[in-house]
Design a protein around this ligand. Structure first.
Ligand code: HPA
Length: 276
């Protein structure tokens, strides 16, 4: 069992450097049920996570566990199909290990996607939102413990953890900006918890991504999160029973629209980088 520390990451980085024909500038993480969105990439090579030393492998439904290297609108990209979650029993060091490896490889942008429940009553199931900030209620932080200064400083700033430039592109594309509350799961929230989250200022609730953003931001990567509100959160419809299957179905339905959003984001980023 790896410790998911700096030396484990070095081993994984050297394994990948030996095999990857180029370094991905942008990483795109596809959440539950969104595997189909990987079709946006002009694929150069695919690795199974289970073949990569120290890589944490998912047990969650809808998570394929593949790394796909290629280009999107000529930009060198790595798509990570599947992530591991805290609720699977993984430590946040394990959950964020892929982020550490990407940061060490030299990846500059970290674009994550996820499924969420809509806390904001003005949203509707199936909508895709841009996350502009978060509230970490997981009860843990991936940077807890002895600090590794080669990775990040002890107290990283979080004021611009969600890259303002990518957020403004996403607004331009027509996405609303949302506050995402991270809960530990794996049970869905209670109606009272959802009312609490609404009072706290959350628009969305989910069980992932926040540890990845804390880590990626601490390493200086620019981050964006696209969240698909798969369902209205608990209690919005008192007669409705939430199921994992309905979340997966909503995500599969959203995959095409999400692919379009990611392609637009990268296309516009390419143009603004070239203009710089
Ligand atoms: N709560 C937490 N996580 C989720 C939800 C939800 O309602 N829907 C999809 N992921």
């Amino acid at each position: 069992m790896p410790n998911y520390d700096y030396s484990d990451a070095l081993e994984t980085v050297s394994f990948l450097r030996e095999r990857l024909p180029f370094t991905p500038v942008t990483a795109i993480v596809l959440g539950s049920g969104l595997g189909e969105a990987a079709s946006i990439i002009d694929e150069r090579m695919t690795l199974n996570s289970s073949d990569i030393p120290n890589w944490p492998c998912s047990t969650a439904p809808g998570h394929a566990g593949r790394l796909i290297l290629g280009t999107v609108h000529s930009r060198p990209v790595m798509i990570l199909q599947g992530r591991v979650h805290h609720y699977e029993g993984y430590s946040l060091k394990a959950v964020t290990f892929p982020v550490r490896v990407l940061g060490m490889l030299g990846t500059r942008e970290y674009i994550a996607t996820n499924a969420s429940g809509a806390v904001n009553m003005l949203y509707r199931a199936g909508e895709i939102l841009a996350v502009k900030d978060h509230i970490n209620l997981m009860g843990d932080n991936p940077l807890t413990g002895q600090n590794e200064p080669r990775w990040n400083e002890r107290f990283p700033d979080m004021s611009r953890a969600y890259d303002p430039e990518m957020l403004s592109i996403l607004s331009e594309i027509g996405l609303k900006q949302s506050v995402y509350a991270a809960m530990p799961g794996p049970s869905f929230e209670t109606p009272a918890e959802i009312r609490m989250l609404r009072i706290l200022g959350a628009d969305l609730v989910g069980m992932s991504t926040v540890p990845e953003i804390i880590t990626a931001n601490s390493m200086g990567m620019k981050c964006a999160v696209l969240s698909c509100a798969a369902n209205m959160a608990a209690g919005v419809d008192p007669d409705h029973t939430l199921t994992a299957q309905e979340v997966l179905d909503a995500m599969r339905d959203a995959a095409y629209k999400l692919s379009w959003v990611i392609e637009q984001l990268i296309d516009i980023m390419n143009r603004s980088t070239k203009g710089a």
